[in-house]
Write a protein that binds this ligand. Structure first.
Ligand SMILES: Nc1ncnc2c1ncn2[C@@H]1O[C@H](COP(=O)(O)OP(=O)(O)OP(=O)(O)O)[C@@H](O)[C@H]1O
Ligand SMILES: [Mg+2]
Length: 141
């Protein structure tokens, strides 16, 4: 019921993202797990596109979080914790306030902030099958 899994190519990504937005609309915090190049940013780009984001979606380079505006002026936060060395850096930007804001939060490298993650999240794991193919599985926790 609360699970989803599929293999997909880039061509099919849009439909996967649509399905997840439909199925997991109750959950505003989506954690993206998976190794470098697994497709976390690519997946987030597609989700943002579907949410009507017009800004360029790319991993935050000089900060930890990017803020986008979607349809109906809804705020979407895109985090990438890859480069942080200590969880305190996430606390410094007020990560808990972002999570509590009820805004949609898409998080790359959540494994860097294990003790700061909220209780109720959607865990999305991406695995590389081959150059074009990924396996995705999702679980509400
Ligand atoms: N089915 C697929 N889904 C997602 N990406 C795919 C797929 N097939 C190929 N790719 C390619 O894999 C790469 C994924 O890169 P992406 O930056 O999204 O990874 P990432 O998980 O965000 O990595 P990082 O941990 O470095 O941020 C892109 O070049 C993308 O075009
Ligand atoms: Mg990325």
């Amino acid at each position: 019921m609360n699970d989803f899994e599929s293999t997909f190519t880039l061509f099919e990504l849009r439909n996967i993202a649509k399905s997840l937005l439909f199925k997991f609309s109750d959950c505003n915090i989506w954690l993206l797990h998976g190794q470098m190049g697994a497709g976390k940013t690519t997946f987030i780009k597609e989700v943002c596109l579907l949410l009507g984001v017009k800004d360029t979606v790319s991993s935050p380079t000089f900060s930890i979080v990017n803020e986008y505006v979607g349809i109906d002026n809804q705020t979407i936060y895109h985090f990438d914790f890859y480069r942080i060395k200590h969880e305190s850096e996430a606390l410094d930007i007020g990560v808990d306030e972002y999570f509590e804001s009820k805004s949609f939060c898409l998080v790359e490298w959540p494994s860097k902030i294990p003790s700061l993650l909220p209780k109720s999240v959607l865990n999305i794991t991406l695995e590389i099958i081959d150059n074009q193919t990924r396996f995705i599985h999702c679980k509400i926790r």
